[in-house]
Design a binder for this molecule. Structure first.
Ligand code: NAI
Length: 377
């Protein structure tokens, strides 16, 4: 099968998410890194792209140069990844979709709900893939959990409880560190800090596994480090459209918790738990039965999990490989085989609507509010 050409914006040397995209996109041989505008400093970005094997004429200084350079080429990139800071996602994603490129955008997809709706409309109109990197949903055992819910293995889901709480911004003396500070600065991060940064992964995961959408929510936000304008801790109660009760805690001041992302799903005839720090195991308990460990790579998994299990049973499958699974799904979709689990612009928009609703709810003393984006009501 011919390799697809891939281009990247952001994710330069030393960035947090850049290496995961490169490992992910290149892991299975679907993509070649053909073009890039990798850094906010043009010369640094050009040099770094060339050091990664990009031809000099496709190592661009910024994304507008890349758009102009790529749109006229016969071998133009098939997919553009947007891995820049949040406030730039909208204009870059919009411009590339409108020019006919498929896009994988980092979360949060946009800063406002209106921008999110515009991206959904442009993706629909152009027929181009606009995926959002909710990579945790691409772990094989998360796909297994969703397939189990869909197959009725735990009955109707009553309750979903999820946390994405770490302690890495818990040191008040480090609050001005530039890598930490932007996440709580509205000009850089948007209306929400920790909820938009980590909570949206947990919220997306809850709706992904339950195969349902968030309908309404009530939020309590706190800035436990008082110099922070945006919240560093949030408790969000929510309801999915089929009545499932949802509870979500997200924090960046939970000192001692490391990655801190886990989810428990409780149905009428069973429940399970998955945690990002042990991604290869799904802990399952049927009602009245013993607790079992369902292991990635074992016999009898649903096809959705088997397809994305890359290494043999008992061998670790790490975070970049969850990102790799997003790229597998996109490669299949570009080649005309749509993949069910791929998070799209609609997921990105639902998250932004939830973030804005949570901010409004927290300001209104935790009032329950409709969390659906206007275009999906
Ligand atoms: P970072 O600050 O570590 O790196 C940002 C990179 O983008 C740098 O290389 C910078 O030079 C480059 N850049 C900035 N503006 C640019 C522009 N206009 N054009 C080209 N390059 C530009 O940021 P980090 O942590 O890598 O985050 C980037 C995005 O990825 C954010 O939206 C963040 O929310 C998301 N992210 C997603 C994760 C996930 O699990 N899906 C995990 C970590 C980050």
């Amino acid at each position: 099968m011919a390799k697809l050409n891939w281009g990247m914006i952001g994710g330069g040397q030393g960035s947090q998410i850049g290496p995961a995209h490169r490992l992910g996109a290149l892991a299975d041989g679907h993509f070649t890194l053909a073009a890039g505008a990798l850094d906010h400093r043009p010369d640094v970005g050009r040099a770094y792209a060339q050091s990664l094997g990009v031809a000099p004429d496709r190592a661009y200084g910024d994304w507008t140069e890349m758009l102009a350079g790529e749109r006229g080429r016969a071998d133009r990139v098939d997919l553009v990844t947007v891995a820049t800071p949040n406030a730039t996602h909208f204009e870059i994603t919009k411009a590339f979709l409108e020019a006919g490129f498929h896009v994988l955008c980092e979360k949060p997809m946009t800063v406002t709900v209106e921008e999110g709706e515009e991206i959904v409309r442009i993706a629909e109109k152009t027929g181009k893939i606009c995926a959002v990197n909710y990579c945790y949903s691409a772990y094989p055992m998360v796909r297994q959990a969703r397939a189990m819910v869909r197959a009725g293995d735990i009955g109707r889901v009553r309750l979903v409880v999820t946390n994405f709480s770490h302690g890495h911004h818990g040191d008040a003396t480090d609050a001005e560190n530039p890598r930490v500070r932007w996440r709580y600065d509205p000009a850089m991060a948007g209306v929400s800090g920790q909820f938009a940064d980590c909570g949206i992964h947990a919220l997306h995961m809850a709706s992904f596994i339950c195969d349902d959408e968030v309908e309404k929510l009530s939020a309590d936000f706190a800035s436990t480090i008082s110099s922070r304008v945006l919240e560093d801790d949030a408790m969000v109660n929510f309801r999915l459209s089929r009545g499932t009760v949802g509870r979500l805690w997200t924090s960046s001041v939970a000192i001692g918790r490391q990655h801190g992302f886990d989810i428990q799903v409780f149905g009428e005839t069973g429940g399970f738990r998955w945690a990002s720090e042990q991604p290869n195991q799904l802990i399952y308990t049927p009602v009245g039965g013993r607790t079992q460990i369902i292991e990635k790579g074992e016999a009898g998994l649903y096809e959705e999990a088997k397809r994305l299990s890359r290494v043999a049973i008992a061998h670790p499958e790490g975070f970049p490989l969850a990102v790799a699974n997003i790229y597998c799904d996109i490669a299949d979709a570009i080649r005309g085989e749509a993949r069910d689990g791929l998070p799209t612009a609609a997921s990105g928009l639902r998250s932004m609507a939830a973030v804005h609703t949570a901010v409004a709810s927290a300001k209104a003393g935790g009032a329950w509010m409709d969390a659906r984006p206007p275009m999906f009501r």
